[in-house]
Design a protein around this ligand. Structure first.
Ligand code: ZN
Length: 63
């Protein structure tokens, strides 16, 4: 039984989700994780995800 009810906000979709992973300092919900996994690198959405990740890394570096 999990008693931790603190949800984290997904860095991709911006929605608070209970299940997800941490990639660098970015929290990615399981839904977005699946989307990224199933997105082809040639897909425009894939670039969108990469941009999000880059922005998050830069924000961390300069803050
Ligand atoms: Zn998400």
């Amino acid at each position: 039984m999990e008693s931790n009810s603190k949800f984290e906000t997904c860095g991709i979709c911006g929605v608070e989700k209970q299940k997800g992973i941490h990639l660098y300092t970015l929290y990615i919900c399981c839904d977005c994780e699946q989307k990224i996994i199933h997105t082809e690198p040639s897909d425009a959405a894939y670039q969108h995800y990469l941009d999000k990740l880059k922005n998050m890394k830069q924000t961390t570096l300069y803050s």
